[in-house]
Design a protein around this ligand. Structure first.
Ligand code: C2E
Ligand code: MG
Ligand code: MG
Length: 571
């Protein structure tokens, strides 16, 4: 009906018609008796369907298979009079091939006898809000999955696999959030999104995932060199700091890349390949760009499995502590033990810390693991104190702390609790930290160290010499012992530089009034040289490998240590 004509009629219908047109909603009316679906022009543009006179099936055919059962159930309930209205969000395949998110709302219409004859209502296009990340305005993961699905389809049809997926992560994002607050974190993400979009070549699509991760689909990529070059440019662009309320925030970018090929079936595969590569890229220092390689997926699966296994292992007692004696080099007497964790894996046998500590650190499982380890080592010490054996009674116990444990706010309280619960005197416990624990947050590390020292707990700087070995740390922090890293001890007999480093550390410790333990003494030559240089204490395979407590008991009781002779190294 022409507008002028309707206006003349001057009734409510006209007002309704205008309001509906302005609302951007699509309208539909399903005549249940005749099974005919009437749809407004806007409905047709949302769905892309030409629809005059068709039945409801034309709509249903386009609904995403995942969403269809619920939508059908709602329609059925309304149709048989169980409900008076429907409200259903679902995806519908547009004529152009893309999925659109729509919200369908409807109410039932009844005839004079109360029979349901119509179901009519509106259809709203939610695609933009469903598929966009509200903070950065970039598309979200859902959108990218859909996009990649279509890109893969094109690959299959035309044999065109010239595209790649990049996974990008900003480091320091969490720290920015923690230290400057989430609005600084948000600002960083928005800025990152802008830089990213500005630099991507035409035809690429960027999406934001959770946190500070982004995914990009790059088109027209024929070789690995192209995404690597782009990744390099992106990383360079991100070196420029962002100014925020007087702070200069620098976040670095790590990038994982995966190129599509004819074996790719699902978007998730490509995305997880790129994300696996990203995990590797993040481990580089500074973070870099890594291309997905075969084998990464297997490794990632193995890791997932390990993670679940480790969680169980901590709860079910598969972890155990071995103890390696620390020895007075001049008397050969045991002065203490270092507790070293092992995992009795049900399938893989006895695992060394290098095989699971990094995973425990990444996943946060190091916290329960560390709690358990400290308590267990203290329990063992109490058992030795009561053993009635002079060699064990006076021994002290060294426990390794990882950086993650060191960062936690309640560490001091936990140590205090363990001491109280097990009845170990604080002077008997030594905590070993490496320099990397101090670097993360120097001010809070200093507070923690001072509080631990006030408790009376000893503090060892582990692996000394391999990190920054800043004299500043030694002066500021209340360390009482330096442990010379075993690489120098093992090199010192043959290589002048290592010898010089050992010498310097010994001099340094002497002038600062600190104890020294040389790690990794493997043979008599090393031992003799260390003694000549005045090194007071050491540990190493020459004396004993890390052992189970029962083995140590047997060894001590059989007189192996009282003889004052070095015992043969034990497995
Ligand atoms: P670390 O604290 O420096 O411990 C010394 C490592 O050197 C131990 O390796 C020990 O078995 C090894 N070692 C001792 N003497 C010799 C020797 O003569 N020759 C050689 N080649 N190696 C020797 P392990 O037990 O494999 O532990 C490796 C690292 O794992 C430890 O280094 C420590 O950083 C970490 N770690 C071990 N247990 C724990 C734990 O309970 N918690 C935490 N956070 N880290 C732990
Ligand atoms: Mg240690
Ligand atoms: Mg060490």
């Amino acid at each position: 009906m022409p507008r002028e004509q309707r206006r003349k009629s001057g009734d409510d219908w006209y007002r309704y018609a205008l309001a509906l047109e302005a609302s951007q909603e699509g309208f539909w009316d399903w005549d249940l008796v005749a099974d005919r679906l009437w749809c407004s022009k806007r409905w047709r543009s949302i769905t892309g369907l030409e629809h005059d006179g068709a039945g409801l099936s034309a709509w249903m055919e386009r609904v995403h298979p995942h969403d269809k059962p619920r939508f059908e159930a709602e329609l059925r309930a309304a149709r048989v009079g169980k409900t008076k209205a429907i409200r259903n969000e679902h995806r519908i395949r547009h004529e152009d091939g893309a999925w659109r998110w729509v919200l369908a709302r409807g109410v039932v219409g009844e005839d004079a006898k109360g029979q349901v004859t119509h179901l009519a209502g509106s259809l709203t296009d939610h695609t933009a809000s469903r598929l966009a990340d509200p903070l950065t305005g970039l598309p979200n993961r859902l959108f990218l999955v859909d996009y990649l699905e279509r890109r893969l389809e094109r690959g299959r049809q035309r044999g065109d696999w010239d595209f790649a997926v990049l996974a990008l992560a900003l480091d320091r994002f969490e720290r920015v959030n923690e230290t400057l607050g989430s609005s600084a974190g948000d600002r960083l993400l928005m800025e990152a999104a802008e830089r990213l979009q500005a630099m991507l070549p035409e035809g690429s699509v960027a999406a934001r995932l959770n946190g500070a991760e982004f995914l990009v689909c790059l088109d027209a990529v024929r070789t690995e060199a192209e995404p690597v070059r782009l990744a390099g440019e992106l990383m360079a662009a991100f070196r420029e700091p962002l100014a925020w309320r007087g702070h200069r925030i620098t976040a670095r970018l790590a990038i994982g890349a995966a190129k599509a090929d004819a074996t790719c079936c699902h978007p998730e595969e490509l995305m997880s390949d790129a994300e696996n590569a990203l995990t590797h890229a993040k481990q580089d220092e500074p973070p870099g760009v890594v291309f997905y390689s075969r084998g990464m997926r297997e490794k990632a699966l193995e890791r997932l499995e390990m993670e679940a296994d480790l969680e169980r292992a901590i709860r079910s007692g598969e972890l155990t502590l071995f103890y390696q004696p620390e020895v007075d080099l001049h008397t050969n007497r045991i002065i203490g033990f270092e507790a070293l964790v092992r995992w009795r894996h049900p399938r893989r046998g006895l695992l060394a810390p290098a095989e699971f500590i990094p995973l425990a650190e990444e996943t946060g499982l190091i916290l329960p693991l560390g709690d358990w380890g400290m308590a267990e080592a203290c329990r063992q010490m109490v058992a030795w104190q009561k053993s009635g054996h002079a060699e064990l009674e006076g021994a002290r116990m060294s426990v390794n702390l990882s950086a993650r444990q060191f960062e936690r706010a309640d560490l001091v309280e936990r140590v205090r609790q363990v001491l109280e619960e097990t009845g170990v005197g604080p002077g008997r416990l030594r905590l070993e930290v490496t320099e990397s624990s101090l670097i993360a947050d120097a001010a809070s590390a200093l507070r923690t160290m001072r509080a631990l020292s006030e408790l009376g707990v000893g503090l060892h700087m582990d692996d000394f010499g391999v990190g920054y070995s800043s004299l500043n740390y030694l002066q500021q922090y209340p360390f009482d012992t330096l442990k010379i890293d075993r690489s120098f001890v093992q090199g010192m007999v043959r290589d002048r530089e290592s010898w010089q480093i050992v010498k310097t550390i010994l001099d340094l410790a002497r002038s600062l009034g600190m104890d020294v333990v040389a790690e990794g003494i493997e043979d008599l030559e090393q031992l003799e040289e260390l003694k000549r240089m005045g090194c007071p204490c050491g540990q190493g395979y020459y004396f004993a490998r890390p052992m189970e407590p029962a083995t140590i008991d047997v060894l001590v009781r059989s007189g192996g240590w009282q003889s004052g002779q070095a015992v043969p190294a034990m497995a």
